[in-house]
Write a protein that binds this ligand. Structure first.
Ligand code: PGA
Length: 262
């Protein structure tokens, strides 16, 4: 069954109680004024604020269609892991999604493919939908190893988690050189990697190859969103900077809706 396009807002380490409230209320209001009643089921939106603000945003989203997600989670349900947050805790607070393996986690916090695979399995067991981020650096693209890097990052998870864990999972292709830089992969470049990701899935979890939503992330803005989402294997976006502006974010959501309605 075709799933609706998915737009995920990654606020990263940004926000405050007052800014979050204004942003969430702005998004809700603009989404309502831009859509008909059925539109809310035609796209799926997820907001991922910093962990401390999850309860606040959960309350603001109560009774709304927009879902809540976290930016990270640990791979154990409880224990002596100072500073970490268990996926079960996120689930209890109202999260349905969790971003895992973001390139900032991989590079700044030294997360390995193996750790990310463990986190993926733990998130699945806690009932969360993992959004697995993959993508090559500028140097890796220049060296012609984009497909190799992306396959390694995906296979690390595919080889370790139960097949059932893939049934709801989402992948986000985020070329590292496009994140926060203003450089976006062209729709053709992104589509080529997305199609390759589907081939990787087809080899190990063929039943999920066409149904898994593959998002593009990296400097998505209202001006480039539609051309990216029009590509056949791009099922939505993971939005950083542009998700902090209600009008910009809702415009991006509306671009994804065009595809869902096709
Ligand atoms: P950006 O970030 O949209 O600001 O490039 C995307 C991301 O890091 O998820």
């Amino acid at each position: 069954m075709k799933q609706p396009s998915l737009i995920v807002a990654n606020w990263k380490m940004q926000g405050s109680l007052s800014k979050n409230k204004a942003l969430v209320l702005g998004i809700l209001e603009k989404l309502k004024s831009n859509t008909t009643t059925s539109a809310e089921t035609e796209i799926e939106c997820v907001l991922c604020p910093p962990a401390v603000y999850l309860p606040q945003v959960a309350e603001l989203l109560a009774g709304q269609q927009i879902k809540l997600g976290a930016q990270n989670a640990y791979c154990e349900p409880s224990g002596a892991y100072t500073g970490e947050i268990a996926p079960e805790m996120l689930q209890e607070i109202g999260c349905t999604y969790v971003i895992l393996g973001h390139s900032e986690r991989r590079t700044l916090f030294f997360e390995t493919d193996e750790l990310i695979a463990r986190k993926f399995g733990a998130a699945y067991h806690a009932g969360l939908t993992p959004i697995l981020c993959v993508g090559e650096t500028h140097a890796e693209r220049e060296a012609g190893s984009t497909f190799e890097v992306v396959a390694r990052q995906i296979n690390a998870v595919l080889n370790t988690v139960p097949i059932a864990a893939w049934e709801k999972a989402v992948i986000a292709y985020e070329p590292v050189w496009a994140i926060g830089t203003g450089l976006t992969a062209t729709p053709e470049v992104a589509q080529a990697v997305h199609a390759f990701i589907r081939q990787c899935l087809a080899k190990k979890v063929p039943q999920c190859a066409t149904s898994t939503r593959i998002l593009y992330g990296g400097s998505v803005k209202r001006d480039n969103a539609l051309s990216l989402f029009n590509e056949p294997d791009i099922d939505g976006g993971l939005i950083g900077g542009a998700s902090l502006n209600a009008e910009e974010f809702v415009k991006i959501c509306m671009s994804a809706r065009v595809k869902s309605l096709e």
